[in-house]
Design a protein around this ligand. Structure first.
Ligand code: ADP
Length: 758
C-alpha cells in the first residue's frame, strides 16, 4: 500500500485518520493554526493593540495545539488498534467510548469482532463439511448453484477417475460433462436443472471406466426454498464387477446344467413343484420347460408313478440325505415308457432345512435292454456249456464201460502166453487203453469241476503221508530216467484237503517233474509256512522249463504248450485239473519257470490240526499201558487216511478189550470183514478203490456181513448224504473231524452187546 500523501485520487475514509497520525502532518496542522495567529499578532503589534488581546490569542493557540495533539494521538492509537484487530493482535489500551471517535472505533471494533467470529464459525463449518465430503468413501459429493456451477466437489471417488476438486469446482456441469461424459451431458444438464426445480433423479454413469450411481437432489433452506443442487455419486465399479462375475458364473453354471446329458430338475421343497429343468429333461419328458415349471408329478405322470416319485422325494427331504433309486419307470410324452436311474439330493439352507430337491436322472432304458440281451446270451452260453459238460460226462461214462472190457480182455490175452508179436500188440492195446482211461477220468473230473458237481471230502491230511504215497507211485518212473527225488519231511504238518484229490495233484506235479525233466535231473519237494494258517508245498525240477509266453496258457485245458511234438505222453489236462481241485479245496496253485532252468509249482493250502493232536488237546489223558487183557471185541476201520487211523488207534488204546483191524482199501476191508466178522465196521466214504457207499452195499448184500453194525465216517456232513447212507443200511454216521464223545458212545454200546465173533 502506498502513502496516502503521494496520491491525488480521493483517499479512503480510513486514510484521513492516517493523515492525522502522520507526524509531519501534525506539524502542518500547527502551521495552519499558528501562521494566521502569528500574522495577526504581528499586525496587532504593529497597530499597537493591547496586551490582553494578545494574551487571549495565546490561550486560543494553546488550546488549538492541545486539541490537535490529543485528537491526533487517539486517531493514531485507534488506527493502530484497527491494524492489530485486523491482524488478530491484542489491542494497545482499552478504547474509550466517551468521545465520538472512540465510540465509532468501539462500535467498529465490536462489529468487526462479531464479523470475525461469524466468519470463523462459517469457515470452521465449511471446513468441517469439506472434510466430511472429502472423506466420502467410494464416491463424490458435490454442490452446484443455480448456474449449474459446482461450488463444491469432494470425495474419495475423485482420485480413481483422475480428477481433483480444483478441476471441477467453479465449472458448470456443461463444461465438466462435455469433457467427461459428452454423450450424456444433455441428460445430466436436464437432471441438474430438475434438481433445482425440486426433483430428484438417480442414474448410473460410466466415468473413466468407473461406474457411479449418481443421485441428483435439491438442497432446500429452512423455508423450503431450493438454494442449491447436490450430487452424490457412489462408485459401484467393484459391485458391478462382482455382479458381472456372478452373472458370468451363473451363466456358466446354467450352461453346464443345460448341457448335462442327464435330466436335471429342481423341485421346491415345500410343494414339490418343478422350479428348474434342463434340456435333457425337456427332451426326455417331451415337454417344453414352460409346460413343466410350476407343475408337480401328479400334473405330468400317471398317479401311481407320481405317487412313487413323491414318496421318494419325501424320503429325501425327511432324511436330509441323498437317495439313490437304481431303477424307476417313467411315462414320457413321445418316447413311451423309459427307465431311469435317479439320484435325489436335498438342498439345505444355512440352518440345515431343505429348501429344494435336486434330481439327476439317467435314462438307462437302452443299457437295461443291452444288459438283458447280454444276460440272455450269457445264460444261453452257460446252458450250452452245461450241455457240453453233460455230454462229456455221459460220454466218459459210456466210454469207460467198453474200455474196461478192452483192457480186461487185453490183460487176459497178455496172460495167455502170446507170441512176441502178439505180446507187443497187446502191450500197445493196454498202453493206449490206459491212456484213454486216464483221459476219460480227467475229462470227467474237469467237467465235474466246471459244473460244480465235484464232491470233495476235506479233512486234516498229513502232508508227509500224502507226499510219501505220491512219491512211491512215481519213483519207478523217476528211476527209469535217472531222476533223483528229494522229499523234505513236512514235520507232521497237516493241511485241510481231500486226501485222494491232494494225492492226485501231487502225483500230477511229480509226474510232470519227471516227464519234463532232463535225464539224471532232480526233483525237490519242500513244505513251508506262508502264514501261521497256510502251508506251501513246492515241487521244483531241473527240467526244460517253460517259456514266458507259454506261461500264460499253462493252466489251459488241452494246451500242451508244444509238448505234443516232443514224444512225451500227456493229455494237457493235468494242470487244469490240479488247479481246479486245489482251488476247490480253498487253496492256490502257482508256477514259476525259466526256459532251460527248470520249473517250480507251489500249492498253498490251509493248515489243519492233526486229529490225534486235537484228541490229546481236548481229551488229554495218558498213553495206555500195556495190558494183559485179551481183546474180546473187534473193530474194523476201513480208511485210507493214516491220520484218522492213528486217531482211532489212540482212542481205542485205552480199551484193551478192543482189537482194531484196519484196511486202507475197500476191497481189503470187505475181505477182512468176511474173515474176522468184526463187532463194528467203521467205513470211510472216500476210498481209493471204491466209493464207501458201494462198500456198504456189498457188506449188506453179503449174508456173512449183513448184520455187522456199520458206522460211516466222512468229512461230508451234508444232511442229504447222511440220510442217503442211513437209508442204505448204515447204522450211524459220524462226521470228520471226529466227534470223540459220540464215537465213544457207539463203542460203549458195542461193548454192551454180545460179542459177534467168527
Ligand atoms: P500234460 O503233462 O498231460 O501235457 P499238464 O496239464 O500236466 O498236461 O501240463 C501242461 C503242459 O505244461 C505240458 O504239456 C508241458 O508242456 C507243460 N509242463 C507242465 N509241467 C511242466 C514242468 N514241470 N516242466 C516243464 N513243462 C511243464
Amino acid at each position: 500500500m502506498e502513502a496516502a500523501g503521494g496520491h491525488s485520487e480521493s483517499p479512503e475514509p480510513r486514510r484521513l485518520s492516517a493523515l492525522w497520525a502522520d507526524r509531519s502532518l501534525r506539524a502542518k496542522g500547527l502551521i495552519v493554526g499558528v501562521v494566521p495567529v502569528g500574522a495577526f499578532l504581528l499586525t496587532a503589534y504593529l497597530a499597537t493593540i493591547e496586551v490582553g488581546v494578545i494574551a487571549g490569542f495565546a490561550c486560543s493557540l494553546a488550546s488549538i495545539v492541545f486539541v490537535t495533539t490529543s485528537v491526533a494521538r487517539r486517531v493514531q492509537r485507534n488506527e493502530e488498534n484497527a491494524r492489530r484487530l485486523a491482524e488478530g493482535l491484542p489491542l494497545l489500551a482499552p478504547i474509550s467510548g466517551r468521545d465520538e471517535v472512540g465510540g465509532v472505533a468501539l462500535a467498529l471494533h465490536r462489529a468487526s469482532a462479531v464479523l470475525t467470529e461469524r466468519q470463523a464459525a462459517l469457515a470452521e463449518s465449511e471446513a468441517m463439511y469439506r472434510t466430511l465430503a472429502r472423506n466420502f468413501p467410494n464416491g463424490v459429493v458435490g454442490l452446484f448453484d443455480h448456474d449449474l456451477r459446482f461450488t463444491l466437489m469432494e470425495g474419495k471417488g475423485l482420485e480413481p477417475i483422475g480428477f481433483t476438486k480444483e478441476r471441477l469446482e467453479g465449472r458448470t456441469i456443461t463444461e465438466v460433462g462435455e469433457e467427461l461424459f459428452p454423450a450424456t451431458v444433455r441428460v445430466a444438464e436436464a437432471q441438474y436443472r430438475a434438481a433445482l426445480m425440486g426433483e430428484k433423479s438417480t442414474t448410473e454413469r460410466l466415468v473413466n471406466d468407473h461406474t457411479f450411481l449418481v443421485q441428483i437432489v435439491p438442497v432446500r433452506s429452512d423455508t423450503g426454498e431450493v438454494v442449491a443442487g447436490m450430487l452424490v455419486g457412489l462408485d459401484i465399479t467393484e459391485r458391478k464387477d462382482a455382479e458381472e462375475e456372478l452373472r458370468r458364473a451363473e451363466a456358466f453354471l446354467d450352461s453346464v446344467v443345460e448341457n448335462i446329458p442327464n435330466m436335471v430338475f429342481v423341485k421346491s421343497a415345500d410343494d414339490l413343484r418343478f422350479v428348474r429343468f434342463n434340456r435333457a429333461g425337456e427332451e426326455l419328458l417331451g415337454y417344453p420347460r414352460r409346460d413343466l415349471l410350476g407343475k408337480n408329478d401328479y400334473d405330468l405322470f400317471p398317479p401311481e408313478e407320481a405317487e412313487f416319485f413323491t414318496s421318494k422325494d419325501r424320503e429325501v427331504l425327511e432324511s436330509g440325505r441323498l437317495v439313490d433309486i437304481a431303477e424307476e419307470r417313467i411315462q414320457t410324452r413321445e418316447r413311451g415308457e423309459r427307465f431311469l436311474h435317479t439320484r435325489k439330493i436335498p438342498i439345505l439352507d444355512a440352518d440345515g432345512h431343505p429348501v429344494y430337491l435336486l434330481g439327476i436322472s439317467e435314462d438307462i432304458t437302452d443299457r437295461r435292454m443291452a444288459d438283458a440281451q447280454i444276460r440272455e446270451a450269457k445264460e444261453a452260453a452257460e446252458r450250452a456249456n452245461r450241455a457240453k459238460d453233460e455230454f462229456l460226462s455221459r460220454m466218459s461214462h459210456e466210454l469207460r464201460t467198453p474200455l474196461n472190457a478192452v483192457l480186461g480182455f487185453a490183460q487176459i490175452l497178455e496172460m495167455e502166453d502170446p507170441t512176441p508179436d502178439q505180446r507187443e500188440s497187446v502191450r500197445q492195446i493196454l498202453a493206449a487203453g490206459r491212456h484213454l482211461l486216464g483221459l476219460i477220468d480227467e475229462v470227467l473230473d474237469v467237467s465235474r469241476i466246471a459244473t460244480g458237481r465235484l464232491s470233495l471230502s476235506s479233512e486234516a491230511v498229513s502232508v508227509t503221508d500224502a507226499l510219501t504215497e505220491a512219491a512211491d507211485l512215481i519213483r519207478p518212473l523217476a528211476v527209469e530216467r535217472g531222476i533223483r527225488l528229494h522229499i523234505e519231511d513236512a514235520d507232521g504238518l497237516h493241511v485241510l484237503a481231500d486226501r485222494q484229490r491232494l494225492k492226485q495233484v501231487l502225483l500230477n506235479l511229480l509226474s510232470n517233474g519227471v516227464k519234463y525233466n532232463r535225464e539224471g535231473g532232480d526233483i525237490l519237494v519242500t513244505s513251508a509256512h506262508v502264514t501261521p494258517e497256510r502251508l506251501a508245498i513246492r515241487v521244483a525240477d531241473t527240467g526244460v522249463g517253460i517259456g514266458s509266453e507259454a506261461m500264460a496258457r499253462l493252466f489251459d485245458p488241452f494246451d500242451r504248450l508244444g509238448a505234443e511234438t516232443s514224444g512225451v505222453e500227456g493229455t494237457g489236462l493235468g494242470l487244469t485239473l490240479s488247479k481246479g481241485l486245489i482251488e476247490a479245496m480253498g487253496g492256490t496253485v502257482k508256477a514259476e519257470s525259466e526256459a532251460g532252468a527248470g520249473s517250480a509249482f507251489t500249492i498253498e493250502l490251509g493248515l489243519a490240526e492233526p486229529p490225534v493232536d486235537r484228541f490229546e488237546r481236548e481229551w488229554g489223558g495218558h498213553e495206555a499201558s500195556p495190558s494183559q487183557v485179551t481183546p474180546s471185541r473187534t473193530i474194523l476201520y476201513i480208511e485210507d487216511n493214516l491220520s484218522n487211523l492213528r486217531l482211532i488207534e489212540r482212542i481205542i488204546s485205552d480199551r484193551p478189550q478192543i482189537r482194531l483191524l484196519s484196511a486202507m482199501q475197500a476191497s481189503l476191508g470187505l475181505e477182512l470183514a468176511r474173515d474176522h466178522l468184526p463187532d463194528l465196521v467203521l467205513l470211510d466214504l472216500h476210498l481209493p478203490d471204491m466209493a464207501g457207499d458201494e462198500a456198504l452195499r456189498r457188506l449188506r448184500q453179503d449174508p456173512t456181513t449183513r448184520t455187522i453194525p456199520v458206522v460211516m465216517i466222512s468229512a461230508d456232513a451234508t444232511q442229504a448224504q447222511i440220510d442217503r447212507l442211513l437209508a442204505a443200511g448204515a447204522d450211524d454216521y459220524l462226521t470228520k473231524p471226529l466227534d470223540v464223545k459220540r464215537f465213544l458212545q457207539i463203542v460203549e454200546a458195542m461193548l454192551d452187546r454180545e460179542p459177534a465173533g467168527p
